[in-house]
Design a protein around this ligand. Sequence first.
Ligand code: FAD
Ligand code: EPU
Length: 297
Amino acid sequence: MQSAHDEDLKIKGLRRDFPLRNYTTFKIGGPAKYFFEPHSLRDLNIAVSFIKDIRSPVYVLGGGSNLLVSDEGIDGVVLCMKHFEEKHIRRFGNLVRISAGYGLQRLVNQTARWGLSGLEGLAGIPGTLGGAVRMNAGSHIANIGEFVSFVEMMDSSGKIQRVRGSDIMWGYRSAHLDGCVVLYVEMELTRAAPSIVRKKISETYERKRATQPLTRRSAGCFFKNPASHSAGQLLDEAGFKGFVQGGAAISRKHANFIVNRGGASAGDVLALVKMVREKIKQLYNLELESEVAVWPY
Ligand code: FAD
Ligand code: EPU
């Protein structure tokens, strides 16, 4: 007699109890009960019919650069969009159409080569375009939502809708997508000499490299900046730089980065987060809100 497990294994691309650690820049996290990594719309449709049948929670994964996965892993389906049509990019004058799986830094560099300006302020931000749109990724210079003219996304029933960028509610490190999966993004950029675009990219990247621990395992800034404060500055003033909890530590370079020194568990990171939050509340009466997505929700 065949078990449900044997049946599952027949579904193209489905993997069970799949370790997520190496799919996050933190290099932390347990396995996903079910894992799909669609490369095409065809693969995605197979995943969607499985998801409809199984009725488990679905977690959409991009480059895993803004993510902390629990040590126990995910009792649900992880839909990894990192390789979804990862090479798809088309230019129509100042408009560019790109797939969600396209790497953000690849996009920054490709648009510079084409002499298209706008994305320079995103230099150095890891991850995929889909993740960047969901997070409205950005810097002091610009956020990605400013350049998005259309997003094509899939809802939980598998229906694809095309939404104007101006109809999306963009926030500070957030975009309201009603739980949809970003598939393609169209962006409108402006023309400029490639050398000027490249210079701006280098300046942004150099500033980032000088102030942030880009070579360490992290998920970027852990907390959102509270209104009119910098979380990094508050944590620095509170004396947290270099503070250690198991394998996790507060970066000495930028206090809003929690780094995995090697072998950190999600539990180590969360213990550090709890400690930091309590202290900042006590010292400044401010609630620090996590920017990093913590799975399971
Ligand atoms: P993931 O981490 O995989 O996912 C993030 C969120 O997006 C999750 O909620 C996920 O469910 C959702 N998601 C992912 N893909 C899709 C999709 N196709 N459709 C729908 N939802 C999706 N961020 C900044 O804004 N500015 C910075 O300067 C910055 N610097 C960083 C520096 C370092 C060293 C690191 C490690 C991170 C930094 N980040 C920064 C955070 C992170 O890189 C960004 O948030 C990035 O845009 C996340 O993209 P991702 O593909 O890795 O998303
Ligand atoms: N500061 C300190 N000590 C620190 C860190 C910062 O005193 O340890 C001070 C700096 O000297 C500066 C101020 O705090 O006066 C602000 O610091 P910074 O310019 O580094 O910016 P930030 O507010 O800490 C934000 C984003 C970053 C983004 C940079 C550059 C948030 C939470 N962080 O950092 O985004 O790269 O601006 O634009 O909004 C991310 O979202 O993951 C991220 C890294």
